[in-house]
Design a protein around this ligand. Structure first.
Ligand code: UDP
Ligand code: MG
Length: 326
């Protein structure tokens, strides 16, 4: 049971969110103030916006808010590093100062009122609380279908993802300390965090329509995230290649025996079609297998470079006892 007032940091990744950011800042601030008044969180709690290399006025809006009110803080990347890196950077920056961090999108799709339940679970001793959406009614057909296929695929591949949980999550200082030990470049937080253990809980919340602006997850970004998720969490595709090889070998053996049988009985072996079909099949499978192996080699290559996962250009965080700008 945790009794002291929790210093809560909300980490909000932002990529070209100028249309929605003013409203988001107001809604999040209102909620944080209500939580402070109710004695649920400390007055040192903050809302930390992470500007992921936006090309619009996002960083300017963040700066204005951070300079006007101490409840707001900002962190700015040198370029776009992606949503996963943005939330990781926010969590790592917040972990020294906060008791608990909640990551939430900038578009107000995730119900902020669920914060009370997150905090209740945290106070009762949970170190990780996963937000899980009740349904996918606000998603378009393409997103709903691809997300459904992706989560099923992840289960088939043996990854412990939590279905319909997408980075709306609370983590305690202790859990963030453990996360900081993971140094991988190929980041898929919603797959990685459930493997960490700790006492955890699930909170269900309703998803709303985006308040303003367009989705910042293009189809390409979604595909990259899915590929990162699979390659970072499972090597089962490589085992599947072995299974495919064994299957092909057994089928070829059967075809070979049948050809010998035909030859022994004086039948003419059918020629062109079978040759072309089998060549194409084997060729296709070989290229596919090489592609899968290549994906993993590419990931090993990137990991071996140990490049920084993100570059922080500047940070504004004003504490009660002075200004801190990096
Ligand atoms: N985002 C980001 N970097 C990116 C893409 C998205 O920081 O390269 C942020 C975005 O600003 C938002 C969150 O990630 O706060 C989720 O993006 P979005 O709401 O567009 O995704 P969707 O809800 O459509 O899946
Ligand atoms: Mg969204």
């Amino acid at each position: 049971m945790r009794t002291d007032r929790t210093v809560l940091y909300l980490v909000v990744p932002c990529y070209n969110e100028e249309e929605v950011l003013e409203k988001t800042a107001a809604v999040l601030k209102d909620k944080m103030l209500r939580l402070m008044d109710a004695g649920k969180i400390s007055s040192r709690s903050k809302i930390l916006f992470v500007n992921d290399g936006s090309k619009d006025r996002t960083w300017q809006i963040i700066c204005e808010h951070a300079h006007q009110e101490r409840i707001f803080a900002g962190l700015c990347f040198s370029r776009n590093f992606g949503h996963q890196s943005a939330i990781l950077a926010g969590m790592m920056a917040a972990r020294e100062k906060a008791d608990a961090v909640v990551t939430i999108d900038a578009d107000l799709q995730q119900d902020i009122e669920a914060l009370d339940k997150f905090l209740d679970s945290y106070e009762s001793g949970c170190d990780i609380v996963y937000g899980v959406r009740n349904d996918r009614n606000t998603d378009g057909f393409l997103k709903k279908t691809t997300a459904g296929i992706f989560y099923k695929l992840m289960h088939v591949l043996g990854c412990k993802t939590i279905t319909n949980h997408a980075d709306y999550r609370l983590m305690s200082k202790k859990a963030l300390g453990a996360l900081s030990e993971y140094q991988e470049t190929n980041l898929f937080l919603r797959g990685l965090i459930p493997t960490m253990g700790f006492q955890s809980d699930i909170v269900y919340f309703d998803v709303k329509e985006r308040e303003a602006g367009q989705s910042k997850y293009s189809f390409k970004k979604m595909l990259t995230l899915a590929m990162d998720g699979i390659t970072s969490m499972s090597t089962r595709p490589l085992q599947m290649i072995v299974a495919l090889g064994i299957l092909t070998f057994l089928v070829s053996l059967g075809i070979f025996v049948s050809c010998i049988w035909d030859w022994a009985h004086g039948k003419v072996v059918a020629g062109w079609t079978t040759t072309v079909a089998s060549t194409c099949l084997i060729g296709g499978m070989t290229i596919l297998s090489q592609g899968i192996i290549g994906e993993y080699i590419g990931k090993i290559y990137m990991e071996s470079k140990h490049r920084p996962r993100y570059i922080v250009e500047s940070m504004i965080l004003r504490e009660e006892d002075g200004e801190e700008v990096q």
